[in-house]
Design a protein around this ligand. Structure first.
Ligand SMILES: Cc1cc2nc3c(=O)[nH]c(=O)nc-3n(C[C@H](O)[C@H](O)[C@H](O)COP(=O)(O)OP(=O)(O)OC[C@H]3O[C@@H](n4cnc5c(N)ncnc54)[C@H](O)[C@@H]3O)c2cc1C
Length: 427
């Protein structure tokens, strides 16, 4: 057996882990099954959202769900065709959405988010592209006086960790509305948050740096993991078996199937989101200086990447591989047209799956057989990627960690211990 770490999953989490492990001096092989464009890491909104300390598993989120349904004009959807996927997940979500659990989750998530931006600064510097990280905060805009009042009241009282909320004055709102060509009734500036300049450029940069340091990458689907006499056997779809010292499961929604075969309880669901994207119209150059804007009445975030605007939304529970729901792109187009966003046709359309666990906390930890996992980052995978890479490298190398990982251990879902702890020879 060679001294090899295999990282499964080439999304932003797997890439950040692979790079940090390689920088720690380990032999690293990254395996990914799909095309990078289909992963959530490619199509996300690019927002470093350190203000989102409150997990979406909370009494208030559960209570408000029925009013946020897609059928009623909202962003939340449960696809009927995929009922088998979410009917098993939803009771776990409700059980995790108690006042007590949400408070504990908030404290745990806040600790991660407080370290997220510094970790991104270190990562962007190591990639040699500090300009990948833009720390200009973001805006929240409301379109009616009533929603502005309610939204400002909410954000002014919300726990936002290292981020700070500044309600804009009427004059500032007018200036913003004129500059961006919007009709809005209120807005807030959220300080200390940020964005990446382009998620796909950032992914390419991670991949390039990993390879330039001698990291290996292969296109392959892992079908199972087996404890071996020494280390772990990684079984590929074509039957090939790779033996490694440590395996890191960072396969987004795909992590659940791999870990459940090993006896873990890993109830990750595909929480699908959609975006449309178009180049800025010539008259839209004023968006070039804009940070991301959340249009809260429409549950939509608009981010500028280079000369493109991307509008993202929707929380659709279902199977990762189910066909997209075309109505969601149509709804996004309608929102953008109603807001008068300067996006030039043709608009590209994308759909991808956030990996989400019932308590809306990520799973970061290690289990029997030297297995390490890092997945389930829900709406915060980009935000937490740089930090997760560092934490996983600490776990694998045995370095001291600055953050306690107990709240993120998968054992929180377990009714029994992972079964497959016995070692056996290659089959
Ligand atoms: C519309 C939308 C907007 C978002 N906006 C933001 C945002 O603004 N900020 C933020 O922080 N987060 C955001 N997110 C969430 C974020 O994108 C995800 O949390 C993050 O990308 C998850 O990264 P990942 O690497 O865990 O998973 P993924 O990006 O899904 O990558 C997993 C990879 O594993 C591979 N894989 C799966 N199974 C196997 C297998 N068996 N063998 C080999 N490879 C396998 C897949 O091919 C894939 O490439 C958004 C998500 C969506 C959908």
């Amino acid at each position: 057996m060679i001294n090899l770490v295999v990282v499964i999953g080439g999304g932003v989490i797997g890439l950040a882990c692979a790079l940090r492990l390689r920088q720690a001096g380990l032999e690293v092989l990254l395996l990914d099954a799909g095309s990078p464009r289909t992963s959530a890491s490619f199509g996300n909104a690019g927002h470093i959202a350190i203000e989102q300390t409150r997990p979406l598993a909370s009494p208030e989120a559960a209570r408000s769900a029925s009013g946020r349904l897609f059928a009623l004009g909202g962003a939340l959807d449960f696809r009927l065709r995929d009922i088998r996927a979410w009917a098993r997940w939803a009771p776990r979500y409700l059980a995790a959405s108690t006042t007590q659990q949400a408070k504990a989750g908030e404290q745990a998530l806040a600790r991660l988010l407080a370290s997220a931006m510094p970790a991104w600064r270190r990562l962007a510097a190591d990639l040699g592209t500090p300009e990948l990280l833009i720390e200009d905060g973001h805006l929240i805009a409301w379109e009616t006086a009533a929603s502005a009042e309610a939204g400002l009241a909410h954000w002014s009282n919300a726990e936002t960790g290292a981020a700070a909320v500044h309600a804009m004055t009427a004059q500032q709102v007018d200036d913003l509305a004129r500059r961006l060509g919007l009709r809005i009734a209120g807005a807030a500036m959220i300080m200390n948050t940020g964005q990446v300049s382009d998620p796909s450029v950032m992914m390419e940069s991670l991949d390039r740096t990993f390879r330039s340091l001698g990291g290996q990458r292969r296109s392959a689907r892992v079908v199972s993991l087996r404890p071996a006499l020494q280390g772990t056997d990684v079984v590929l779809e074509d039957g090939e078996i790779l033996n490694c010292t440590r395996a890191v499961v960072a396969a987004g929604v795909g992590s659940g199937a791999l870990l459940e075969k090993l006896g873990y309880t890993a109830p990750v669901i595909a929480e699908r989101g959609y975006h449309i994207e178009g180049r800025l119209e010539d008259h839209g150059t004023h968006w070039r200086d804009s940070p991301p804007v959340v249009f809260e009445d429409r549950s939509m975030i608009v981010t500028r990447f280079g000369d493109r605007l991307r509008a993202s939304s929707f929380v659709e529970f279902g199977h990762e591989a189910s066909p997209p729901d075309m109505r969601k792109w149509a709804r996004l187009k309608r929102h953008c047209a109603e807001l008068g966003l300067p996006m030039r046709e043709p608009l590209s359309e994308w759909m991808g799956a956030r990996p989400t666990l019932p308590d809306y906390l990520p799973a970061i930890g290690s289990g029997p057989g030297e297995l390490v996992y890092a997945f389930g980052h829900q709406h915060l995978g980009l935000t937490l990627a740089a930090l997760t890479g560092e934490l996983v490298a600490d776990l694998v190398t045995g370095r001291e960690r600055s953050l306690a990982l107990a709240p993120f251990d998968l054992s929180r879902f377990a009714r029994r211990k992972p079964l497959n702890t016995e070692r056996h020879g290659p089959k």
